[in-house]
Ligand binder design. Structure first.
Ligand code: C5P
Length: 417
């Protein structure tokens, strides 16, 4: 089976290593699991420590290794209940005969057996043992019980064993085990996406339209943004299962079905409402608004009267909304937009870095067929991923279709993060 790595969600794996010569392979297994983006914590039985040291796993996993049930230090950090809750999957590799027997009979006399009993997450075991021990009636009976209890068994390979025997009992290669685990989450993710949408359960905040900066009670500075892109994205995010808040500047568009809309006029109002949204909860912040870069320094209290041939209005810089949100300690996944008339990609990539965004979608507004008032758009999306810049082209399409492509790009990037 092959699958797109970008749709494997970030998950926590508790890898339990038990006593057996195959324990050396588990060191590589940690690496391979991390290659798929999983966070890995290792639990070792006493038996395992006769084969390989906790230090090896600590270095490879980047997390402390858990060995004792009644270790006061471990309890303060992460005891068996916390480990059991933290795990999205408990993977026991290699799983010794003794461990299988304990699991099958519900014994709880060490850390691993208690984590097993305390977790609600799926449990996978990769038995590895001498072929005679594998074939023993008691082992097979225990395995049968575990399968009936819902434990997933990664079947051992056949071949030459460390003890010199030939037969079933070798732990599969780490690459293969990691691939199966990733495949499991990939399938599960696909099923959720198909049933509930790519952004199921995510809280999305979108800024859209222009801002309007008052000069006096009857005049203002604004721009040609119609808000179409932001509104189309709001509809696409809602259709993808997200809870959507749309912070809209003055535009004449209907609120998309299911979307919560907050109307604002100025950039500062847009910033205030955006900051409020962080308090109430925001996983993804998408800034499509064409925010006025400057506002009038002092808004006249009364209508400015015609006088003389020139009128000078002093402007001051507006806050950068998306950069301000990206600078917050608990920041959501940040998506910006860049409308440029020249050096489109270069400027957009620069903004991705300067505004500390996770993703920026850019388009060339000098083209008459796409952009501001058009119903169509074509975009290049840049992602910041592990300090590397990645690029994805979105073909020219209606703003609705582009929005769906963007939702997919956001959902992929979010999972990779
Ligand atoms: O700097 P520029 O306006 O080209 O950056 C575009 C991106 O930054 C868009 O995502 C836009 O919504 C956002 N932005 C903002 N606040 C500003 C200016 C731009 O959120 N004051």
């Amino acid at each position: 089976m092959s699958f797109d790595l970008s749709v494997i969600p970030h998950k926590n794996i508790v890898l339990a290593v038990t006593g057996g010569i195959a324990a050396y392979k588990s060191a590589i297994l940690v690496r391979r699991l991390k290659d798929y983006g999983f966070d890995v914590r290792v639990v070792m039985t006493h038996g395992a420590q006769a084969f390989i040291t906790p230090l090896t796993f600590q270095a490879l996993s980047g997390n402390p290794v858990h060995t004792e049930l009644l270790d006061p230090a471990a309890e303060a950090g992460m005891g068996h209940i916390e480990l059991a809750r933290w795990a999205d999957l408990l993977l026991v590799a290699p799983a010794s005969c003794d461990t299988l027997a304990k699991f099958a009979h519900g014994l709880a006399d060490d850390l691993l057996s208690t984590v097993f009993l305390a977790t609600k997450s799926p449990v996978w075991v990769a038995p590895a043992m001498n072929q005679q021990m594998w074939a023993a009636k008691a082992t097979q009976r225990n395995l049968q019980t575990l399968v009936e209890d819902g434990v997933h068994v990664i079947m051992p390979d056949a071949g030459e064993q460390a003890c010199g025997d030939v037969g079933l009992g070798r732990m599969p290669e780490p690459e293969e085990i990691a691939r199966q685990v990733a495949g499991y989450f990939h399938q599960a993710q696909r099923a959720i996406a198909e049933k509930f949408g790519l952004l199921a359960g995510k809280r999305v905040v979108i800024t859209a339209g222009p801002t309007r900066e008052a000069i006096d009670p009857v005049r203002y500075i604004s721009n040609h943004s119609t808000g179409k892109m932001g509104f189309a994205l709001a509809a696409a995010c809602y259709a993808a299962g997200a809870q959507v808040t749309l912070i809209a500047g003055p535009v004449s568009l209907d609120t998309p079905n299911g979307v919560k809309r907050v109307n604002v006029a100025s950039a500062r109002q847009m910033l205030d409402i955006s900051m409020d949204s962080l308090e109430t909860g925001c996983d993804i912040f998408i800034a499509t608004a064409a925010v006025a870069d400057y506002r009038v320094a002092e808004v006249a209290e009364h209508k400015i009267k015609k006088a003389g041939d020139e009128l000078n209005v002093s402007l001051v810089k507006n806050p950068d909304i998306v950069a301000t949100i990206a600078g917050q300690e608990k920041r959501p996944f940040m998506v910006g937009f860049a409308a440029e008339t020249q050096n489109v990609e270069e400027y957009a990539a620069g903004k991705l870095v300067a505004k500390k965004l996770d993703m920026i979608a850019c388009n060339d507004v000098s083209r008459a067929d796409i952009g501001f008032a058009s119903d169509e758009n074509a975009m290049t999306v840049f992602f910041a991923e592990n300090y590397h810049m990645k690029k994805r082209e979105l073909e020219k399409a209606s703003k609705q279709e582009i929005s769906q492509q963007l939702v997919e790009a956001i959902s992929d990037a979010l999972r990779r993060k």
